[in-house]
Design a protein around this ligand. Structure first.
Ligand code: GGG
Length: 324
């Protein structure tokens, strides 16, 4: 058994901390495992998770922790409509670049009792360093796209210090000496977050690359998924400078769990996006083309897309699309 598992390139290990000090010793063992796996894996693919909405002592959201631990500072979420005719331009074609390590997701929350009742506070962290590096990622992505436009999302008319710093730091990226004029051809736009949502639904074609602090990026990309038919179609990668982890944008959908009707296309596209990020464009193209063909054809579709197909039927269809 030892020989067989040692020969495998990566391992999938379920951790079950259970109760009592199990919750303390298993996270410690997990750290050791992650340190080893980080060296051994080229990339990872994450599914989805539902963390409890109430505070549970000792529990941390695994996805939030992984992004932070592996310094996967960018969550890159392409939202693209598949046109009926492959020769046509998609009606929606944008990439949401979400900062992945800061904002309210630092999860520094406190609750205190006051004479007027309980008072809850959360820290919202925005740093110049993280804003600049997510800005660079957005400009880099824009450089590889025909329109070469970055829209910065913020609310600095209200949050002038935190969002002000985000906006200012991203805007400063093209002028950084180390960038050497590389992004001079990229057009910079900006939008206040609420008006950005409005315009997203009214005129999605105005967006190319959107860069946003963590929470706004999370919300905007789920909203954008409504424009392309389903959250079950939208992929993402969590990217850092040393590691990449694919992750469908959808959550764990407990209402349909176990029914065999989850749309697998966001996860499949996430695998393709992960390959692309690693430089395997040919493999990524093959997967994306197969997925696009299944969507275009519309014959095999899960209920989120108005169909009756099961997950395994969609998987089979992507493996043998008629036109490929
Ligand atoms: N694949 C995205 C996903 O799982 N979304 C749900 C989410 O954000 N979960 C965070 C958590 O519950 O800890």
């Amino acid at each position: 058994r030892q020989m067989a598992t040692a020969a495998r390139k990566s391992l999938k290990i379920g951790l079950i901390p259970a109760d009592g000090i199990g919750k303390e010793v298993i996270p410690a063992a997990r750290e050791a495992l992650e340190a080893v796996l980080r060296e051994d894996c080229d990339a990872a693919l994450f599914g989805s998770v539902s963390s409890p909405s109430r505070k549970v002592t000792g529990y941390t959201s695994p996805i939030v922790a992984l992004r932070k631990e592996l310094d996967l500072y960018a969550n890159i979420r392409p939202v693209i409509a598949v046109p009926a005719n492959p020769a046509e331009k998609p009606s929606v074609d944008m990439v949401v670049v979400r900062e992945n390590t800061e904002c309210l997701y630092v999860k520094q929350e406190v609750i205190i009792n006051t004479e007027n009742g309980r008072e809850a506070r959360a820290t919202r962290l925005i740093t110049e360093r993280a804003s600049k590096r997510i800005g660079k990622m957005a400009f880099e992505i824009a450089l590889g796209r025909p329109r070469k436009q970055v829209t910065i999302i913020h609310k600095s008319n209200v949050l002038s210090i935190t969002d002000g710093l985000f906006r200012e730091s991203v805007r400063a990226v093209p002028k950084l000496p180390e960038v050497n004029g590389r992004y001079d051809g990229v057009k910079i736009e900006e939008q206040i977050v609420d008006s950005a949502v409005y315009r997203l639904f009214r005129e999605p074609q105005i967006y190319d690359v959107i860069v946003a602090p963590n929470l706004y990026g999370d919300i905007l990309s789920d909203a954008a998924a409504a424009l392309v038919g389903s959250l079950g179609l939208v992929p993402s990668v969590n990217a850092g400078d040393k590691f990449v982890m694919g992750e469908p944008v959808h959550g764990s959908a407990p209402d349909i769990e176990g029914k065999g009707i989850a749309n697998p296309l966001a996860a499949i596209r996430s695998a393709a996006l992960m390959l692309r990020h690693l430089g395997y464009d040919k493999g990524a193209d093959r997967i994306d083309n197969a997925v696009n063909e299944v969507i275009r054809e519309g014959r095999v579709a899960t209920p989120d897309l108005g169909g009756k197909s099961h997950t395994n039927e969609v998987v089979e269809a992507t493996q043998s699309p008629e036109d490929l």
